[in-house]
Design a protein around this ligand. Structure first.
Ligand SMILES: Nc1ncnc2c1ncn2[C@@H]1O[C@H](COP(=O)(O)OP(=O)(O)OP(=O)(O)O)[C@@H](O)[C@H]1O
Ligand SMILES: Nc1ccn([C@@H]2O[C@H](COP(=O)(O)O)[C@@H](O)[C@H]2O)c(=O)n1
Length: 234
C-alpha cells in the first residue's frame, strides 16, 4: 500500500486554504476536511437553539445533542457537512454565522469536541485538513505543514466576490470588517490561537493563481513522500 501522510493547512481567513486543501486532496486521492465547517455548523446550532456560549452547562448540553459528519458531494467535488442529518454546507457560509463563529470556536468545550473528532479522522493518514490550529494542536506530528497567507486586501476582494454571487446586498466593508475581526479573535484567543507552527512552510498566494499554488504545495508533498527535507523558501 502507498505510503500516506498528513498535510495540514492553517492560516488567515479567506486566503484560499480550503481551495488548496481540496485541490491537493483530489490530486493525491486523499480525504479533505475543512475543519472550519465544523465550528461553523456548531455555531449554526447554537444560534438556532439560543445556546449561550458563555454558560458552560448550556454548551455541554448542546454539544451532547450535536452530531456532525461529512459526505462527499460529486457535484462540488468536496465533502458537505451534515448537522444532525441536515446538509448545512450552504447555510454555514452566511455572514451571520461568520459574525459569531470566532467567539464560539474560542470556547474550551467546543474546541475539545471538534479536535477529538478531527484527530480520529486522521488516524489512517491520507488526509489534508485546513483550519487554524491543525498543524499546532490537532496534528502536531504531521509530515507536511503549510501556513497560508495573502495580502488582506486580496483576501477581502476574493471573499467579497464569492459572497456577492449569493447575496448582491453585501458590501466590501462588511466583508472586510468580518475578516479583520475573525483574524484578530482567532489569533488572540487563549486556547490554540492561530499561529504558524515552527516547522510549517509559508505559502503566500497573493499573486498566485490556483494552479500555481497547487504546483508549489504538490512539490512539497512529493518531497515529503520521498523523505527529502524542504527549504523553507521553496
Ligand atoms: N489563488 C487564488 N486566486 C484567486 N482566488 C482564489 C485563490 N485561492 C482561493 N481563491 C478564492 O478565494 C476565496 C477564499 O478561498 P477559500 O474559501 O479557499 O479560503 P479559506 O482560507 O479556506 O477561507 P476561510 O478560512 O474563511 O474558510 C474563494 O472564493 C476562492 O475561490
Ligand atoms: N481549526 C479551526 C478552524 C476554524 N476555526 C474557527 O472557525 C472559523 C471559521 O473557519 P473558516 O475556516 O470556515 O473561516 C474561524 O474564523 C475560526 O474562528 C478554528 O477556530 N479552528
Amino acid at each position: 500500500m502507498a505510503h500516506k501522510i498528513i498535510v495540514t493547512i492553517d492560516g488567515f481567513s479567506s486566503c484560499g486554504k480550503s481551495t488548496l486543501a481540496k485541490q491537493l486532496a483530489r490530486e493525491l486521492n486523499y480525504v479533505f476536511i475543512d475543519s472550519g465547517a465544523m465550528y461553523r455548523a456548531i455555531t449554526l446550532y447554537f444560534l438556532r437553539n439560543h445556546v449561550n456560549h458563555e454558560k458552560s452547562a448550556e454548551v455541554k448540553k448542546a454539544l451532547h445533542n450535536i452530531e456532525l459528519w461529512f459526505e462527499f458531494n460529486e457535484r462540488s467535488g468536496r465533502s458537505d457537512i451534515y448537522l444532525n442529518g441536515e446538509n448545512v454546507e450552504a447555510l454555514i457560509r452566511d455572514l451571520l454565522v461568520s459574525e459569531h463563529v470566532s467567539a464560539i470556536a474560542a470556547v474550551k468545550e467546543v474546541r475539545e469536541f471538534a479536535v477529538d473528532q478531527q484527530q480520529k479522522m486522521g488516524e489512517k493518514k491520507g488526509i489534508v485538513m485546513d483550519g487554524r490550529d491543525i498543524g499546532t494542536t490537532v496534528f502536531p506530528d504531521a509530515e507536511l505543514k503549510i501556513f497560508m497567507t495573502a495580502d488582506p486586501a486580496v483576501r477581502v476582494e476574493r471573499r467579497f466576490k464569492e459572497l456577492f454571487e449569493r447575496n448582491p446586498d453585501i458590501t466590501l466593508d462588511e466583508v472586510r470588517i468580518n475578516l479583520e475581526m475573525r483574524d484578530y479573535m482567532d489569533s488572540n484567543r487563549e486556547i490554540s490561537p492561530l499561529r504558524k507552527a515552527d516547522d510549517a512552510l509559508v505559502l503566500d498566494n497573493s499573486n498566485l493563481t490556483m494552479e500555481e499554488q497547487l504546483k508549489v504545495a504538490h512539490k512539497w508533498v512529493k518531497e515529503r513522500l520521498k523523505g527529502e527535507s524542504i527549504h523553507p523558501k521553496a
